[in-house]
Write a protein that binds this ligand. Structure first.
Ligand SMILES: [Zn+2]
Length: 263
């Protein structure tokens, strides 16, 4: 295990343990032993593989993820995010086919029904670093982990399902992060389409829900408030939220509407 001190962030190579537990986890699900299923699964995910054959891959994994975490913590927005964590985050390899970066709570909801992506507290990030899955993607996933940590993860559809609120927040912060590093930013979280601040802000004027959701996060999400004041990122829709809202209202051209509601 690699502990990214002083933060409660642990990189745990648990690939074999996850594979070994998969059958039992499925069985417990079939037997409707949901609490037991959850605890067996959490244990497998957060316990380091000890078999000799995993040692080399584990060391490699720790080196690669540690270097991405160091890069994140060297940025202003990254340092702000990392400082917030009070509960553990486990970064672990994915066992099966990808998508190779996803974040889930360890204590997910089992009543009234099982929902693996609802829960609070400690979380784990399935992450396999490669050319595509780099520091900015890990940063994005850490935003989801942060939201779970503070029991705030609650996705709601934005702009006819173009985003949900959680992906919108994570994607905006990811672009702020990339902008601080003077790297290309992405139009949306769904594709790898490179874009510009001007084009993305222009897109925010196509649906009132974009300025509204920026307003919502500035009011309710401490991280968005902190991000609005972070220096060094040309792209920063939290800093620019008021201007975006004013521009939207200008285009609307209805003098009786002076402000938009929060999302
Ligand atoms: Zn995401």
């Amino acid at each position: 295990m690699y502990h990214f001190a002083p933060f409660p962030i642990y990189v745990v190579y648990s690939r074999q343990n996850q594979l070994d537990a998969a059958y039992e986890v499925d069985e417990l699900y079939r037997e409707k032993q949901y609490e037991q299923q959850r605890s067996v699964s959490a244990d497998a995910i957060t316990r380091e593989d000890t078999d000799r054959s995993s040692q080399f891959a584990a060391r490699n994994y720790y080196l690669r993820v540690a270097s991405l975490l160091r890069k994140i913590s060297s940025t202003k927005i990254g340092a702000i995010l990392l400082k917030q964590f009070k509960t553990a985050v486990y970064i672990v390899p994915r066992t099966g086919g990808c998508y190779c970066a996803q974040t889930y709570p360890l204590i997910y909801q089992i009543a009234p029904e099982i929902n693996y992506s609802r829960g609070k507290g400690s979380s784990y990030i399935w992450f396999a670093p490669d050319e595509k899955f780099q520091d900015d993607v890990l940063f994005h996933e850490l935003v989801h982990a942060y939201r779970f940590a503070f029991d705030k993860f609650e996705p709601r559809s934005v702009a006819n399902g173009e985003y949900n609120t959680e992906e919108f927040l994570a994607h905006q912060l990811q672009n702020i992060y990339l902008s601080e590093l003077k790297k290309p930013i992405y139009f949306t979280y769904r594709t790898e389409e490179i874009s510009t601040k001007a084009r993305i802000y222009e897109h925010f004027l196509t649906n009132p829900e974009f300025p509204m959701v920026l307003k919502y996060f500035l009011r309710h999400e401490y991280l968005a408030m902190l991000a609005a004041h972070v220096e060094g990122s040309d792209y920063n829709p939290f800093r620019d939220a008021e201007k975006i809202e004013q521009k939207y209202l200008e285009r609307l051209g209805d003098p009786t509407i002076k402000t938009l509601p929060r999302f």
